[in-house]
Write a protein that binds this ligand. Structure first.
Ligand code: ZN
Length: 191
């Protein structure tokens, strides 16, 4: 029991109390369900990796979006995380592809351009890309990242746009409803 509590408390956001509560819950769960939980942990860790094209988390290589011929590969939407990508996919209205930065530039936290998947994005622009839609969060880090990318890409003559600021400041994209996201995408402005 102590070992279980200790292991759970190593997870982010799980304090000692939450770890205890989860541990008690787990020991009262049907054994079969606990088995499924532990197997899915091991399997996710083993099979989920980053797509070498867009850097989203996936268990396929390339990911289903990059592999799809039905998507418009000349439009790339730049997001911070796989969760942001999932939020846009839920709208069902975006038919381009994505690039997941795996973070944002933050001078305060010491996260620079080299610490996110930026050079991988630049490498993708050598292919036939018509538009890059920057959909980083509306936070200071997200805005800093957007400006940095725009300055980097514009000289290449590629259209760069930023999603509309209908998205609440500091709001994580994944918590915003689909209609708001769709409007933000439709109302994007060229940088
Ligand atoms: Zn991909």
């Amino acid at each position: 029991m102590n070992r279980l509590i200790e292991q759970l408390s190593l997870l982010p956001g799980i304090g000692q109390k939450s770890a205890q509560r989860l541990a008690f819950h787990i020991i009262h769960m049907p054994e079969e369900q606990v088995k499924i939980l532990s197997e899915s942990l091991v399997s996710a860790r083993k099979n989920v990796r980053y797509c070498k094209e867009c850097w989203t988390l996936t268990d396929q290589e390339p990911c289903p979006i990059c592999a799809s011929a039905a998507r418009d590969h000349s439009t790339i939407m730049v997001v911070e995380t796989t969760r942001d990508l999932a939020a846009y996919e839920k709208t069902g209205k975006y038919h381009g592809v994505y690039h997941v930065l795996q973070g944002a530039i933050s001078p305060v936290l010491g996260i620079g351009p080299a610490d996110i998947r930026l050079k991988e994005l630049i490498a993708r622009l050598e292919k036939d890309v018509k538009e890059v839609i920057i959909a980083t969060n509306n936070s200071l880090e997200g805005e800093t990242t957007a400006m940095y990318i725009a300055k980097l890409i514009k000289p290449a003559g590629i259209k760069v746009s930023r999603i509309a600021s209908g998205v609440p400041v500091g709001g994580d994209l994944e918590y915003i409803d689909e209609v708001t996201l769709y409007r933000a995408l439709e109302g994007r402005t060229e940088l």
